[in-house]
Design a protein around this ligand. Structure first.
Ligand SMILES: [Fe+2]
Ligand SMILES: [Fe+2]
Length: 291
């Protein structure tokens, strides 16, 4: 097989300025094939436009957990309290924002993808087990090897944790392509990865593309996302500005300490939370508060 160049992008999360910058970069690189690793929607204001843009390109795309969440609202298959709780207000707004053609598209997406133009590579959203199971820098080599054992390919590509990573273990290589729309690795650029196959081996380049974050934050306001999403969108703003996780740690903190997820609690949370502390350590500290 001749040389092949494949771009893989994931976790766009309704962020059109980041997607546009990424597409310009991909177009300049002229890959033979482009694959999309899911989470087109959720956690951002322009899900329908992102879906329409990817669909127009005709690229193969898989289904992330955020496609599943919004489909849950659309099919009314979520727990009753999710229709009232503040922490789901942004999701209700994003589900309502999805146009029928976008819904039809995300309903058609599959769990994993293999490129048509090269072999030995498989793409999943989270891990081979589930689109809600994360692989990140904290995942042990042993765990990576087990994931590789569960697929036929020796190059496993994923997204979901929003942390770009390229690691080789005894039985293969695992690449997390990072996130276009909401990176959590303190790098504010839109991130994706370029893979090149020379007929025998893959080379991988983790890429970052600057984009206009202020434009995204203006859309938070002009679209109505910010007004509807309350405290959830406040924390998403911080994630965009700081390129690290705030929302899930906040929601765990309110749950475990019996507080309500409201704006008035954010300052108190920020006193307790260190965004550069590994999430695992933060969750252990939280567990300690409970006992
Ligand atoms: Fe994601
Ligand atoms: Fe995800």
């Amino acid at each position: 097989m001749s040389a092949r160049k494949i771009a893989i992008l994931a976790d766009i999360h309704g962020n059109m300025p980041a997607l546009r910058a990424t597409l310009e970069d991909i177009d300049r690189e002229r890959p033979d094939e482009v694959l999309v690793g899911g989470d087109l929607v959720g956690r951002g204001p322009e899900g329908s436009r992102v879906v329409a843009t990817i669909r127009e390109r005709g690229w193969h795309c898989l289904r992330g957990n955020h496609e599943d969440y919004l489909l849950g609202f659309i099919r009314r298959q979520v727990p009753e309290e999710w229709w009232q709780d503040d922490e789901w207000a942004a999701s209700r707004w994003m589900a309502a924002e999805l146009e029928p053609s976008a819904i039809e598209y995300i309903e058609s997406l599959h769990f994993d993808l293999r490129p048509a133009t090269a072999s030995g590579l498989v793409l999943v959203h989270g891990s081979p087990r589930s689109n809600n199971d994360g692989i990140g820098p904290w995942t042990s080599d042993e765990h990576l090897a087990r994931h590789l054992d569960s697929v036929e390919e020796s190059l496993l590509v994923c997204g979901h944790t929003h942390r770009a990573m390229d690691r080789t273990v005894d039985n293969g290589r695992v690449v997390n392509v990072g996130s276009v729309g909401l990176p959590f690795n303190r790098d504010q650029r839109a991130q994706y990865a370029m893979f090149e196959y020379d007929g025998a081996e893959w080379s991988v380049e983790l890429r970052g593309v600057p984009y206009d974050r202020e434009e995204l934050l203006r859309t938070y306001e002009s679209s109505g996302f910010q007004a509807a999403g309350g405290v959830t969108v406040e924390l998403l703003r911080l994630e965009v500005q700081q390129a690290t996780a705030y929302l899930v740690p906040f929601l765990k903190w309110v749950r475990l300490t019996g507080r309500r997820p409201e704006s008035a609690r954010v300052a108190e949370f920020l006193d307790f939370y260190d965004p550069d502390e590994p999430l695992h350590d933060f969750f252990m500290r939280l567990e300690g508060l409970r006992s």
